[in-house]
Write a protein of this length. Structure first.
Length: 520
């Protein structure tokens, strides 16, 4: 295989590219709603009971899926266990070839996949295209990592002794994925597990079953045996049953901290009929801070912060939620941020002019508006977009300030287009505010002082710190992604040691001082 390289995103400034995307959307429309069955091995189960709708036009049904039951969960885990010996028995190179073929299948249909994300999850075109590219990256990257992993590390050897270490797949992996990166994140978790030789049961978010089906279709088209990848559309009950199933060895989860912590507690239970301890790989929430120093270039800081906070309506675990501004530049920064927020384009995801699409569902809209009311009562709304479209789950982007230190707006993950600015007397004070948070996913710094950059890099507890740029958009192989504290457990997605979480090390030590050989 050629060396890994990130899949290039489309140049949306080019009219032919935009027209090709719109054509893909037009071709998709007559096929909606997609039917998403429960897929367990070769069996196709129920394909009704669950609906995903367009957040910009909630009356439009995008996909109709089945609701996986406890019996479906059990059947999927059993099918995965049955498929495991043959799939894990393939060489890493053979498994890699399958993932590369799946990447090629997805690459050929990348416009269709992006159009589906625009409809099902209201991802604006640039975000949808980048998500599909990231999914392709994960498939290609993990294929190569599996081949490296199979070689195993070199151990110390001494005369009369041979020491070997290899990595063996753990077994059945339960992948529980979110809706905000509906193809890329499940592709990352599932492809890592498969590349390492495990079989997988995928439980996607109920808001994005259509995107999950597309990924599973790509994997099966590439050659993953049906039993090694099952799909369980449905609600939280199916995910909970999957987490508690004694046949599951690894749980890969991306979602909120509340659900993630419940999952960790459930996975810690080890019933008598479960001969192993489950491993949990989780990427959870964030309350991400951007520090702006007194010497920061505001021409860089303002667009970087606005992009980090409001692209995809702030519905990224990595999105900026708090700006910790040095008091020397706070007034100028707030004024310029307010101007940038007021002119943000709020609209439906299919419009190329849209910067802030609707949020995913009514519950999210109501939750974010609740935080906005709290911000207005406790502090000040500095700027907001005056009018938003009707008929969808739209939320005006807002910039707030003057909040008390204990405000829930400053402490809790909002997952929406609301950005809070706080004044700080020094960089140390800003770092103190950052380190008080239980979250530690991403962070940002705008400063021109190398000593300040070094200090923040040393003290910031976050998993990913971005300096003088936006804090979202980690690239596979370039910025391995994952948080610390209550923002996640395990190693970083898209990094060189991510696959290690899906295997167990085994060491063989042989005495080579033989007293003859057996002759057969």
């Amino acid at each position: 295989m050629r060396p890994f390289a990130n899949e290039p995103t489309l140049e949306l400034r080019r009219a032919p590219v935009r027209e090709a995307l719109l054509a893909a959307r037009r071709e998709l429309e007559p096929r909606l709603p997609l039917r998403v069955p429960v897929l367990v091995g070769e069996e196709r189960g129920a394909d009704s009971g669950l609906e995903s709708t367009d957040p910009g036009a909630p009356s439009r049904v995008v996909a109709a899926g089945g609701v996986a039951s406890a019996a479906d969960v059990d059947a999927a885990v059993r099918a995965a266990a049955e498929a495991f010996p043959r799939w894990s028995g393939r060489s890493a190179a053979q498994r890699a070839e399958v993932l590369v073929r799946a990447a090629a299948w997805l690459r050929e249909r990348r416009l269709e996949a992006a159009a589906l994300e625009v409809r099902e999850c209201a991802k604006p075109w640039p975000e949808a295209d980048a998500d599909v590219c990231e999914a392709i990256d994960f498939l290609e990257y993990h294929a190569r990592q599996a081949v490296e992993l199979e070689r195993g590390p070199q151990l110390l050897q001494v005369p009369g002794e041979r020491n070997m270490m290899r990595y063996a797949p753990r077994g059945v992996v339960a992948a529980i994925s979110p809706w905000n990166f509906p193809i890329a994140i499940p592709a990352g978790m599932v492809s890592a597990a498969l590349a390492a030789g495990n079989s997988v049961v995928l439980k996607p978010a109920e808001q994005s079953p259509g995107c999950a089906l597309l990924l599973v279709t790509a994997l099966r088209a590439g050659g993953v045996p049906p039993g090694a990848i099952s799909l369980l559309p449905g609600y939280g009950e199916a995910g909970a049953a999957l987490v508690r199933h004694p046949g599951v060895h690894v749980i890969a989860f991306t979602g909120s901290s509340t659900v993630g912590l419940e999952l960790v507690r459930a996975a810690a239970e080890t019933p008598a009929d479960q001969p192993h301890v489950k491993r949990v790989v989780s990427e959870m929430g964030g309350k991400n801070c951007v520090i702006v120093d007194s010497d920061a270039d505001l021409d860089d800081a303002v667009p970087g912060i606005v992009q980090s906070a409001f692209v995809y309506a702030g519905q990224k675990c990595s999105a900026a939620a708090r700006v910790l501004a040095h008091e020397a530049v706070a007034d100028a920064l707030i004024e310029r941020l307010a101007g940038a927020v007021r002119v943000l384009q709020v609209g439906r995801a299919e419009s190329f002019a849209t910067e802030v699409p609707p949020v995913i569902e009514r519950e999210a809209q109501e939750r974010i508006e609740g935080y906005a009311r709290t911000a207005r009562e406790e502090g000040e709304v500095i700027a907001e977009v005056g009018e938003v479209p009707e008929g969808g789950w739209f939320v005006p982007p807002r910039l707030v300030a003057s909040l008390p230190p204990g405000s829930r707006v400053l402490r809790e993950e909002i997952f929406g287009p609301l950005l809070a600015v706080e004044r700080c007397a020094s960089i140390d004070a800003a770092l103190d505010a950052m380190t008080e948070s239980p979250f530690a996913l991403t962070g940002g710094l705008f400063s021109r002082n190398p000593a300040t950059v070094a200090k923040v890099a040393r003290r910031a507890p976050v998993g990913n710190l971005y300096v003088n740029r936006h804090i979202t958009g980690a690239m596979v192989g370039r910025q391995p992604f994952g948080g610390n504290r209550r923002s996640g457990t395990g190693s970083k997605a898209g990094g060189p040691d991510y696959l290690l979480q899906f295997v167990e090390p085994r060491v063989v030590t042989e005495n080579t001082m033989r007293h003859g050989l057996v002759v057969e």
